[in-house]
Design a protein around this ligand. Structure first.
Ligand SMILES: C[S@@+](CC[C@H](N)C(=O)[O-])C[C@H]1O[C@@H](n2cnc3c(N)ncnc32)[C@H](O)[C@@H]1O
Length: 239
């Protein structure tokens, strides 16, 4: 397993760079498979955000979303290699969900994805985009608030090996998830936080952004270890 601790950023450094993708798991090829490689070469919008074609003539040409190449490559890698189930908080139109589902389908380890969004419209769009790509099997979509969903999973005794947290940019909803996450994560599992490396987290008067502070203050250092920054995501591992 590869840690990239040198990529850690202080709050003043956020957004100054967008670290490239580097593998966490050990594999001998540059990319895991052709689907993983796709995210290294697919078109980008505004110089950074990946564009993934939607299926179906009535829909937008690309699935809307805000993933950098490095974010997408890391999502695919973790979803492919983990052996346990996957939790996603915040699906929007399902761009990240389709990446997780494709990696899970190609993975030698069977696993299930639980994707949560508090907007029913987003849940429906995610479901429909998964279906159009033939990726709906193995994904349960849930309409719920993030922390509430984590509490419900805990009550059900559900455990995850990978969690992608991309539901809110604001401090409170991310902080409350961080305080509860360990209750649903397997030891050795991974948590990937989107929008951690975003300069808007530095703006003290911006109440909409506080992911960096919520993660660094919310995760108990006795339970989580920093593993690296890739694109705008930060990876932590459960001890
Ligand atoms: C940035 S978008 C997710 C993008 C998606 N992960 C992707 O990469 O395509 C955030 C989503 O989280 C949902 N959301 C915002 N706050 C939430 C909360 N507290 N609980 C659950 N979902 C939330 C929004 O409805 C929105 O669809």
């Amino acid at each position: 397993m590869n840690k990239h601790q040198e990529t850690y950023m202080t709050i003043e450094e956020l957004g100054a760079s967008c670290p490239d993708y580097h593998p966490t798991f050990d594999f001998s090829t540059t990319y895991i498979d052709s689907s993983h490689e796709f995210f290294a070469n697919c078109p980008v919008k505004n110089g950074t955000l990946i564009q993934v074609k939607n299926s179906g003539w009535r829909l937008r040409k690309f699935i809307p979303g805000w993933l950098h190449r490095a974010d997408a490559l890391k999502l695919y890698e973790l979803a492919y290699f983990v052996r346990g189930d996957i939790l996603e908080l915040g699906s929007y139109r399902g761009l990240s969900t389709t990446i997780l589902a494709e990696a899970a389908q190609h993975s030698p380890s069977p696993k299930h994805i639980y994707s949560v969004d508090m907007s029913l419209k987003c849940v429906k769009r995610t479901r429909s985009n998964l279906r159009r790509k033939g990726l709906q099997q193995g994904v349960t979509t849930i309409c719920d608030e993030g922390t509430n969903a984590v509490r419900n999973f805990k009550a059900e005794g559900r455990q995850f090996e990978f969690a992608f947290i991309d539901h809110s940019h604001a401090y409170d909803p991310v902080y409350s998830v961080c305080r509860e996450l360990d209750t649903v994560m397997q030891p050795g599992g991974f948590c990937l936080f989107h929008d951690f490396n975003d300069p808007r987290n530095r703006e003290s008067d911006n109440r909409d952004y506080g992911v960096y502070q919520a993660v660094t203050e919310g995760l108990d250092p006795a339970k989580f270890e920093f593993y690296g920054i890739y694109g705008c995501t930060a990876l932590y591992r459960v001890l």
